[in-house]
Design a protein around this ligand. Structure first.
Ligand code: MG
Length: 385
């Protein structure tokens, strides 16, 4: 079997959802999804196309690593090149599963679990009172989720940087003043009270604190037993992250903007976090993230993927989560979007009662409804040409 064509299309959802279709001379096609690569990833895929046509699509890891190393000067460690290769890689896994008539998890050593626990990203606003927060939490829990995440830092709320007396929070300074610190603690207190003791709550700070501010916050949040505190400080300084982690019993999670095993190595080996959160359809794909998870597993660090993908990228990620021992929970970021199940041909929500159940369908196990997806076509992009 030989690759005969690589085509892309893009949908506007949580940013751009870039679809990669790989066609073969056997008439079998694979579909991958990657996110956060932007229009650069589309251009890179088209530039790589001559190097892929004629290749055996079954040699997934070798194709990925060969192209990555050949183009290392173009960004072979992080960024759009890796995301472009990720979209191709996921399409090749879908194709291989279809060619062999088995789900991807069967090609990756089989399942540790049949169901993948999902947490919902939900939106609470800084000025909500307890009743409003309770309604947001109830909306999530009524959909069957047993875990969710809130944004804690004020920078996450655009146009809402002002505080009492009309003072404006400096968008660049990392120090949390007393007002900001108290607001974050109060928010976690209200949300965890609304959720009750049986629900896992994670809180994201989006890298917006310095080390003393982060330690102070993490220590004060210990009494709320968060699932994790996400990226309290920027993740690129592993020593700073480790200092925060060592100072608190609140679990610290990071990694949504890192790429490849190389990007995660120091974070894991120096045990600078309690939980890692690679974005699978962005940072290297299914093989690479399985390797990242296995590296983390020897330090007993759980794997909780960041995820903003459509049902197809989400299900591709779920195959990885099924095949590793240290899976914790995976994100769902489409709670407030008006399309989700409509862009797959089955039209069924892959998430039922807060879990994705793996099926025995070959490849990823889902197909894109191109007619519906194209209704949300990303402006300025072409459609599978
Ligand atoms: Mg985050």
């Amino acid at each position: 079997m030989k690759i005969t064509a690589i085509k892309t299309a893009a949908t506007a959802g949580h940013g751009m959802h870039l679809w990669v279709k790989v066609e073969t001379d056997a008439g079998i096609t694979g579909l991958g999804e990657c996110v956060h690569g932007g229009v650069q990833a589309i251009a890179i895929i088209y530039e790589l196309r001559p190097e892929l046509i004629g290749r055996d699509p079954m040699q997934i890891d070798a194709i990925f690593e060969e192209l990555r190393r050949r183009h290392v000067f173009d960004g072979g460690f992080a960024g759009a090149l890796i995301t472009a290769l990720t979209g191709i890689e996921i399409a090749l896994w879908d194709l291989k599963g279809k060619a062999l008539g088995v789900p991807i998890y069967e090609l990756m050593g089989g399942k540790f679990r049949d169901k993948i626990r999902i947490y919902a990203d939900c939106q609470v606003e800084p000025n909500m009172d307890f009743g409003e927060i309770q309604r947001v939490v109830d909306y999530v829990l009524e959909r069957g989720f047993t875990a969710f995440k809130i944004d804690l830092d004020i920078g996450a709320y655009s146009g809402n940087r002002t505080r009492g007396a009309g003072l404006v929070k400096d968008p660049f300074n990392y120090t949390a003043d007393q007002w900001e610190h108290e607001r974050m603690v109060k928010l976690v207190e209200m949300v965890t009270t609304a959720a009750g003791p049986d629900v896992a709550v994670a809180a994201d700070v989006h890298t917006r604190l310095d080390v003393p501010s982060a330690i102070r916050l993490a220590k004060e949040l210990e009494r709320f037993h968060l699932l994790w505190l996400e990226e309290p400080v920027p993740p690129e300084n592993v020593a700073a992250m480790r200092e925060v982690k060592r100072a608190t019993s609140t679990p610290i999670c990071a990694g949504e903007n890192l790429y490849l095993r190389h990007g995660f190595r120091d974070l894991i080996v120096q045990q600078a976090v309690d939980v890692i959160m690679p974005d699978i359809p962005k940072c290297g794909g299914l093989s690479e993230c399985r390797k990242i998870a296995n590296l983390a597993e020897i330090y007993y660090i759980p794997f909780a993927p960041h995820n903003v993908a459509s049902p197809i990228g989400t299900m591709a990620s779920a195959h990885v989560c099924a095949t590793i021992p240290n899976f914790l929970v995976m994100e769902f970021h489409w709670l407030h979007r008006d399309f989700w199940s409509t862009i797959i041909t089955s039209k069924e929500d892959i998430i039922q009662n807060g879990y994705i159940t793996l099926t025995d369908r070959p490849g990823i196990g889902l197909d894109l409804d191109e007619t519906v997806a194209r209704q949300h076509q990303y402006p300025g992009t072409t459609w599978f040409v």
